[in-house]
Design a protein around this ligand. Structure first.
Ligand code: S3P
Length: 449
């Protein structure tokens, strides 16, 4: 298990760096390329462990995914009905997206399957996908939840659809804004006899809709409402070529590092700037941060941009409402902004953070306090008092959560002495070159263990 030691910055962060390709788009590209007809080509694959979990699960069902090196993958599609029964449990590792999206696909198969994952994933709630999939005829069982009778945990056991039957129509208003729930239901809709109508409270990331639309799937969206009506559709999706855009969620750590470290100026290239993902940059701007976003056109059906961020004074704000799902993975690093702002920052409407890779509300409160920052844990967020001057050097337990480890590393740059962050292998789930990238910008970080 790797620990890292982050030394206080003795110079500003300066430079221009790339980021790994987008994790969410990577999952969807792998799943859909496997369900297409013909050979698809993926460029810029990140080799992040979560994406690798998706690739391996698809391989276990007969997908031919060939690594041509340097992030180029060749995926030979099996068509919508070409998957074969896995010989063992499908291991989704740490990846909730892998498990939930795959469940949508598996619900429509004529074979049985079981989905498992690591200790963190085995604690994450699954009824949010199981319940609506059952409504359209899927047979899925989970393990009992220790505290919430109405929920289930992995492993998920998906029974084969009875011979000659198909999933049915579904009209579903999701109580949570969740791209994983939305995507699972849309993917199951590819196998359904009947229409899928889906609605969510506010818009979550829309990569699945964009890709399905580009592949000719009869899907229409109006705001937060989606209709997928397969009547008259061939059921065939053509192979595609995609260069996966840079991950806005990974870029956020570097951008915020520049915002909070005196004198810094950092440029991040090729960042996906789909508006359902840019909440963190809007939050930063609202807090007074120095940020310039220069559009660079489109890549893989998504807008991309070059982002330059620099240090200047920040002020506390309230973060709540529709922006929260558009910044859901960036709330830990938004806490770092709040910790260095003048005044109080209030984060509300973020109860979803309690069921991520760790309980990110409690974990971030612990991290902030370890650095000497005053904060209050709320049921659905945090109240954080900004602190000027050097932070306390800390010893941080990442709780195996990649975004906690990276947020702590960014805060540690402004501490009075070295900070140790324990259990940092998890960073590889989304940003394998995080430490190297921060070092390239001028940080001093040792890896041990
Ligand atoms: C993701 C959706 C979000 C996000 C996760 C990736 C996706 O989860 O937190 O990291 O790729 O669909 P929810 O759908 O649970 O909000």
């Amino acid at each position: 298990m790797t620990d890292i030691v982050v030394h206080p910055l003795d110079r500003a962060l300066v430079g221009s760096v790339p980021v790994p390709s987008d994790k969410s788009i990577g999952h969807r590209a792998l799943l859909l390329a496997t369900l297409c007809e013909g050979v698809s080509s993926l460029r810029g694959f990140s080799y992040g462990e979560d994406n690798v979990s998706t690739a391996n699960a698809m391989r276990a069902m007969g997908a031919q995914i060939e690594d041509l090196g340097e992030g180029r993958l060749s995926v030979t599609g099996k068509g919508l009905f070409g998957l074969t029964a896995p010989q063992k449990e499908l291991d989704c590792g740490n990846s909730g997206t892998t498990m939930r999206l795959l469940t949508g696909i598996l619900a429509g198969q004529p074979f049985a399957s079981t989905l498992t994952g690591d200790a963190s994933l085995m604690r994450r709630p699954m009824m949010r996908v199981v319940a609506p999939l059952r409504l359209r005829g899927a047979s899925i069982e989970g393990a009992p939840h220790p505290t919430k009778l109405s929920d289930v945990l992995p492993p998920l056991v998906v029974s084969p659809l009875p011979e000659g039957t198909q999933l049915g129509a579904l009209g579903y208003a999701s109580p949570v804004s969740s791209a994983q729930v939305k995507s699972a239901l849309l993917l199951s809709g590819l196998y359904a006899h009947g229409t899928t109508h889906f609605k969510e409270p506010t818009l979550s990331r829309d990569h699945t809709e964009r890709m399905l639309h580009a592949l000719g799937v009869p899907l229409r969206t109006v705001g937060t409402m989606i209709e997928l009506d397969p009547a008259g559709w061939s059921g065939k999706m053509p192979a595609f070529d995609i260069e996966i855009p840079g991950d806005a969620s990974a870029a956020a750590f570097l951008v915020v590092a520049a915002h909070i470290c005196p004198g810094s100026r950092v440029t991040v290239r090729g960042v996906g700037t789909n508006p359902t993902r840019t909440g963190i940059f809007e939050i930063a701007r609202h807090m007074g941060a120095g940020i310039e976003i220069v559009p660079q056109g489109e890549q893989g059906g998504e807008p991309i941009a070059q982002i330059t961020a620099w240090h200047q004074g920040l002020r506390g704000i309230t973060i709540s409402g529709e922006i929260v799902p558009r910044a859901i993975d960036e709330i830990p690093i938004a806490c770092a902004l709040a910790a260095r702002a003048h005044g109080t920052t209030l984060i509300r409407d973020a109860e979803e953070l309690r069921v991520k890779e760790s309980d990110r509300i409690t974990t971030m409160a612990t991290v902030l306090r370890a650095f000497g920052i005053t904060c209050e844990e709320l049921p659905d967020g945090l109240a954080i008092e900004g602190k000027q001057g050097a932070l306390e050097p800390a010893r941080i337990d990442s709780k195996g959560d990649h975004r906690i480890a990276m947020a702590a590393a960014v805060l540690a740059l402004g501490a009075r002495g070295p900070t140790t962050i324990v259990d940092c292998d998890c960073i590889a789930t989304s940003f394998p070159r995080f430490v190297g990238t921060l070092r390239a910008l001028g940080a001093r970080i040792d890896a041990t263990g």
